[in-house]
Design a protein around this ligand. Structure first.
Ligand SMILES: [Zn+2]
Ligand SMILES: [Zn+2]
Length: 140
C-alpha cells in the first residue's frame, strides 16, 4: 500500500522522503520549500536517496547520533562528483544550513536547522514559497 505516494509540492512526493526501512515519514516544511527553490535554480530533477530516517535505520547507515535526518530536516540528493561544488553553491544561496559533499559516492547531504517551526505553506502551484511565519502569540 503506497499511502505516501502523493505530491506535497510541485516536484516532490511524500514517499520520496520516507524511511527506507519502515516507510515512516516526517518532513519539515522548510526543507520542502528550500528543495523546491533549489530544484528550480538547479534546473533538473533532484533525486532523494535518503530523507527521513527512523532511529533504527539511522544506526544501520551509521548516521550521526543527532542527524537532521531523524527530524525530517535533511535529504541526501544524487549529485555527480564533478558538479558537487556548483550544487553546493546553489544550495547555500537557497539558504540550506548544511550542504555536505560526499565526493565519489555521488551525493550531497542537505539540511536545515528548522528554527522556525511555524511556517505556513500556500498550497498553490502558482505561488509556491515560504509564507510569513505566524507571530509568536497567534492562535492556530
Ligand atoms: Zn525506518
Ligand atoms: Zn544526509
Amino acid at each position: 500500500m503506497k499511502v505516501n505516494n502523493l505530491f506535497v509540492s510541485p516536484h516532490f512526493r511524500l514517499a520520496e522522503f520516507q524511511c527506507r526501512c519502515c516507510g515512516c515519514v516526517q518532513l519539515h516544511p522548510e526543507l520542502l520549500v528550500k528543495l523546491e527553490k533549489l530544484r528550480d535554480a538547479w534546473g533538473s530533477p533532484l533525486l532523494v536517496t535518503s530523507g527521513f530516517r527512523c532511529e533504527k535505520h539511522n544506526k544501520k547507515v551509521n548516521g550521526a547520533e543527532a542527524s537532521l535526518h531523524l527530524r525530517g530536516q535533511a535529504a541526501d540528493i544524487v549529485v555527480l562528483e564533478d558538479v558537487q561544488e556548483e550544487f553546493i553553491e546553489a544550495a547555500e544561496k537557497t539558504g540550506f544550513n548544511q550542504a555536505i559533499p560526499y565526493g565519489k559516492r555521488n551525493f550531497v547531504h542537505l539540511g536545515i536547522f528548522g528554527n522556525d517551526e511555524r511556517v505556513i505553506l500556500p498550497v498553490s502551484q502558482h505561488k509556491w514559497e515560504m509564507a510569513e511565519p505566524l507571530h509568536a502569540g497567534a492562535r492556530v
